[in-house]
Design a protein around this ligand. Structure first.
Ligand code: FAD
Length: 338
């Protein structure tokens, strides 16, 4: 009997989350993940990985809340299980502080994280430049551990993995009945999406084991996120900047800005520096289409363009992509499903 052959392109947090959801939910299909780069060489690997989000302008808020909630609940269950150290997932408490009181004091995810509250004036005294703060417990998901953990889970569900650059979707039309595109910034070329652009981010890993709480400036440019083995400090948000090398000026600026928020960081040893390009888009593209490939109409499900929030919403968008895959399969002629 012929099995339906599905391919997922991309081995970042979006690709592996989507591949796991599909392989576990559709055991009768053959699922292959193809990617040019794997952990530790994806953008996802260097993300601070804190669950936190800004609003996308044109996605209904209910859908964004579902993406956030599904991801948060999935990772919370891991953080509270014996899998937490292997998967690199931990609870993380701290605060987001603002120099000016924001128009929206309670973001859409405020009731989805744990213990969200507005900070008291007394708590803000240690941040003399800031007037307003939000304290809450979120999750830090370290993809350098989480991606290999997801890959193992994918293989256990029968998934196959292959390292290969896909130059065009045409290349896949012979071997697969359905394509799932999770190629992040690669979608600019792979599917010719001119709306995809990089937002360069530089971060440092420092040794500061005395720090336990995260601090994020509401402008999104300066943050301190204690993790399992080190503390991630950042950062930069440089739109349209494709440079992948470390900029020493950025390093200096990150150290200065972070030490202003947490003076003890002046004593921290810098362990490493890293640059990644956020796969940005006005809104993430989580939708399906049918594409003419070598004379056949092939269903394609897209799941890319998560910008600075890919770790936060990967599982939620993966579940949406799975539903789109199911719809594509339902609409296939009976013969293709045999
Ligand atoms: P990627 O990780 O870039 O993966 C794309 C995959 O597609 C790669 O495997 C690539 O090789 C493959 N690919 C591309 N083109 C092709 C092709 N043609 N053929 C084959 N394979 C292809 N997010 C958060 O939620 N919280 C954070 O705290 C956070 N912090 C961040 C800090 C920094 C400095 C940066 C840079 C990002 C941060 N992010 C954060 C954002 C997060 O990293 C991204 O949203 C996320 O990694 C996107 O995942 P992805 O799987 O779509 O892309």
């Amino acid at each position: 009997m012929k099995r339906l052959r599905l391919v997922v392109v991309g081995a970042g947090v979006v690709g592996f989350s989507t591949a796991v959801c599909i392989a576990e939910a559709l055991p009768l299909c053959s699922v292959t993940l193809l990617s040019e780069k794997f952990s530790p060489d994806t953008t996802s690997d260097g993300a601070a990985g804190i669950l936190f989000a800004a609003e996308f302008p044109d996605v209904p808020l209910e859908r964004q809340r579902r993406w956030f909630k599904d991801s948060f609940d999935h990772l919370l269950a891991i953080a509270q299980s014996q899998h937490a150290p292997d998967a690199g997932v931990m609870l993380s408490s701290g605060c987001q502080i603002f120099k000016e009181v924001p128009a929206n004091k309670t973001p859409f995810w405020s009731d989805l994280v744990i213990g969200f509250r507005i900070m008291a004036d007394g708590e803000l005294k240690r941040f003399p430049d800031h007037k307003f703060g939000q304290a809450f417990t979120s999750i830090k998901c370290e993809c350098s551990s989480y991606l290999p953990w997801l890959e193992k889970r994918f293989r256990e569900a029968g998934g196959q993995v292959e390292q290969r650059k896909v130059n065009s979707l045409q290349e896949l039309s012979d071997g697969f009945d359905l394509i799932v595109n999770c190629s992040g910034l690669g979608s600019k070329e792979l599917v010719g999406d001119a709306g995809v652009y990089p937002v360069r981010g530089q971060v440092l890993q420092v040794e500061a084991p005395w720090l336990n709480h995260f601090i994020r400036d509401g402008d999104g440019k300066t943050y301190i996120y204690p993790g399992i083995h080190s503390v991630t400090i950042g950062g930069t948000r440089q739109e349209g900047d494709w440079r992948l090398h470390v900029d020493k000026g950025d390093t200096q600026s990150i150290l200065e800005r972070c030490a202003r928020l947490e003076p003890s960081l002046k004593k921290a040893k810098v362990l490493s520096e890293w640059v990644g390009l956020r796969p940005s888009r006005r809104n993430p593209r989580v939708e399906r289409e049918r594409v003419q490939l070598q004379g056949c109409m092939v269903p394609v499900v897209h799941n890319y363009g998560h910008g600075g929030w890919g770790v936060t919403i990967a599982w939620g968008t993966a579940l949406d992509a799975l539903e789109l895959v199911r719809k594509c399969i339902q609409e296939m002629p009976q013969q293709a499903k045999l």
